[in-house]
Design a binder for this molecule. Structure first.
Ligand code: SF4
Length: 685
């Protein structure tokens, strides 16, 4: 028997835990602890424990599939690549759109970005960061000059007050939850703000159960209390920030008196006061947030408000502080860093910047140039263009994404994707989006490839190949390169390894310039920015100055606005959506993991006992949940951990898909949808 252990990085959430894959006779059969990672120190959550179970699922795609007469038939790679290359060549540049992926490696995102801009010459490239942290990227870049988590994961244990808002950390980033408990055992206060008393809330010292979407109101109210009591950090504001007067003028308005904030948010006055005092007087307060903050039409405002209170209290640039945006998917940070966005090349170099555009065009040497230096469409806008402007977008190439479960208002998404002339989906499993495709290409999972991913804390870590892919499945970057070669661009895609791609990318990306596979091949890896080969990486951002032109953070007056769709007489319930500990995103991997699927085999709608009583619904009874966009049939779960008037559905489950109900209302800047708040009604069946 041949047995070996291959150290790798977890393919699920953005925490970036390391573990070993156990490989027996060439096949992955289990996971085992890897103790040297400073992030998880040998521990993993249930998803990490069972991260081997889907790898050799009989459902894996093993051959290219081409749709003929409405049915998929197996095809050779030669036939599939030729068909795709011929079709792609037949479209004008901006008739094509590309969705890259937070699930694949940095190298593969770079390859896809280069393919989109250099081969298809389209501006329209995006990925699912649009649905989770687009507001973080836009909001933090606007106030700090960098749109990423400011501190590192182990650093959270140094905090004296951990303020968690809109993040069920214990279920969705469990090994970050462990750092919260470390801080708590060191004497930190934990404040939890959410409509649900989740497992994270149960560990908190203070639980603020607010209405989804009232984040700005709550934070402005806390800031008014801080300023009234003189608890702001005057020295930090004076030396390191602009905009204090404007911020003060806004938050001191009567709208944000404790009584008014209490009435809007549903949080008792005394609890708001206590939170403001603990937060501003701890000496080192950190804010952790996730999609509860970002997935709103006010997502960018919410993010800037989080930045405001941290600047007001001087909680930036030191251990135990910071604005810590917890990214949902393993490589969503990396996919953004690699320029899988419609406005930037790698390292957030703007496509509209002439010098950046010339730099990439010169380096890539496409004889017929690259996509013009104008911003493209975000994925949410692509869907609107497809339905509202017929013929403008005609073709789409989707790698490792499943918008038919993940995007808001699925009826709208289906209509949009069905209006395409040509759709290519590249994935490890047939998924709900793949069934709509013209061609489906089988790709490799994390256990079958070398490469890097960048976790939520900007730590760039390695995947290592543990087994061969099933059947004829190929690496994503190899597939992309083969299509490029068939379209006449072999010279630009002549890489022989992921490492060669990383080297090309790092040479074009200042924040990754000091990294290489030798330096990354160690337990602590490296945090970006890492501009030179001698640089140790940057676990904490903004220590001496912010990334703004004058080095100062920008405090911003943010008036509170309600969400787009509020409960009314017809649709009286506020729906919020999210995840659970057992499943991950659209369930393509975790629902093929027997142990995880056994734990939570289907979705549910969580409701307060008084709401259930008013509806005449008993626990586990099936109900209809209905919004203005669609309806689903789903099991009721009655619990007093959710706020009365609010209901919750996890979005993983196709048979009761939460996104049949959600609204495609977008933040005007980030174009992120308001997945966290819409109006529904519920009927007993
Ligand atoms: Fe994987 Fe996240 Fe669990 Fe760590 S916390 S094992 S990265 S799913």
């Amino acid at each position: 028997m041949d047995l070996k252990y291959v150290q790798t990085t977890c393919p699920y959430c953005g925490t970036g835990c390391s573990f070993n894959l156990v490989v027996k006779d060439g096949k992955v059969v289990g996971t085992a602890p890897y103790h040297r990672s400073p992030v998880n120190e040998g521990k993993v959550c249930p998803k990490g424990t069972y991260a081997h179970e889907f790898i050799n699922s009989p459902d894996r795609l093993t051959k290219p599939l081409i749709k003929k007469d409405g049915k998929f038939v197996e095809a050779s790679w030669e036939e599939a690549i030729k068909l795709i290359a011929d079709k792609f060549k037949s479209y004008k540049p901006d008739e094509c759109a590309v969705l890259s992926s937070a699930r694949v490696s940095n190298e593969e995102n770079y390859a896809m970005m280069k393919f989109a801009r250099g081969v298809l010459k389209t501006r329209h490239i995006d990925h699912c960061a649009r649905l989770c942290h687009a507001s973080t990227v836009a909001g933090l870049a606007n106030i700090f000059g960098s749109g990423a988590m400011t501190n590192s994961i182990p650093d959270i244990a140094e905090s004296k007050c951990v303020f968690v808002i809109g993040s069920n950390t214990f279920e969705n980033h469990p090994l970050i939850g462990r750092q919260i408990m470390k801080a708590k055992s060191n004497g930190a206060k934990v404040v939890y703000v959410d409509p649900r008393k989740t497992p994270t809330g149960k560990q908190a010292d203070l639980f603020l159960q607010f209405y989804s979407g009232t984040d700005v109101c709550l934070l402005n109210g806390m800031m008014q209390e801080i300023i009234k009591n003189g608890w702001e950090n005057k020295e930090f504001i004076e030396k390191r920030c602009n905009g204090f007067d404007e911020l003060k003028k806004e938050v001191m308005k009567d709208d944000y008196s404790l009584e008014n904030v209490s009435s809007v948010t549903g949080v008792p006055v005394d609890d708001i006061k206590t939170a403001a005092e603990w937060f501003s007087k701890s000496g080192a307060s950190t804010i952790l947030y996730s999609m509860g903050i970002t997935q709103h039409t006010t997502g960018v405002d919410n993010v800037k408000s989080v930045g405001n209170i941290q600047m007001l209290t001087g909680n930036l640039g030191r251990p135990g502080t910071g604005v810590n945006a917890l990214r949902g998917q393993n490589n969503v940070q990396g996919a953004c860093d690699m320029g899988a966005l419609p406005v930037v090349f790698t390292g957030y170099q703007k496509v509209i910047d002439e010098a950046a555009h010339k730099k990439f065009a010169d380096a890539w040497k496409f004889p017929d140039g690259i996509a013009e230096g104008k911003n493209g469409y975000e994925v949410t806008v692509m869907m609107d263009v497809l339905t509202d402007k017929p013929g403008e977008l005609k073709c789409m190439y989707i790698m490792g994404e499943n918008p038919m479960i993940s995007d808001p208002d699925l009826t709208h998404v289906e209509h949009a994707l069905k209006s395409l002339e040509f759709l290519v989906v590249q994935d490890i499993f047939m998924n709900e989006t793949g069934v709509l495709a013209d061609v489906v290409l089988p790709s490799c999972c994390y256990a079958e490839k070398d490469g890097t991913q960048t976790s939520t804390e900007r730590r760039v870590q390695m995947w290592r190949k543990a087994q061969d892919p099933p059947g004829e499945a190929k690496l994503d970057w190899v597939i992309i390169s083969e299509i490029a070669k068939a379209m006449g661009y072999g010279e630009q895609f002549a890489w022989k390894s992921a490492e060669e791609i990383f080297t090309e990318m790092a040479a074009l990306t200042p924040s990754y310039a000091g990294m290489d596979y030798v330096r990354l091949n160690r337990p602590e890896a490296l945090h970006w920015p890492c501009p030179t080969k001698e640089h140790p990486g940057t676990p904490i951002l903004h220590i001496e100055k912010f990334g703004m032109p004058d080095g100062k953070g920008l405090m911003t007056a943010i008036p509170f606005k309600y969400q787009q769709e509020r409960p009314d007489a017809e649709y009286p319930i506020l729906l919020t959506t999210g995840r659970c500990i057992w499943h991950w995103h659209t369930g393509t991997m975790t629902r093929r993991s027997e142990s995880l699927e056994r734990e939570e085999p289907t979705g549910w709608i969580e409701m307060h006992p008084e709401d259930a009583k008013a509806l005449g619904v008993k626990n586990n009874e099936m109900v209809k949940a209905i919004s203005r966009r669609g309806e689903i049939t789903i099991k009721a779960r009655i619990t007093d951990t959710i706020k009365k008037g609010v209901m919750f559905i996890p979005f993983h489950f196709v048979e009761c898909a939460a996104n049949m109900l959600t609204i495609n209302a977008l933040d005007p800047i980030a174009k992120i949808p308001e997945s966290k708040a819409c109006a529904i009604k519920v009927e007993k069946i």
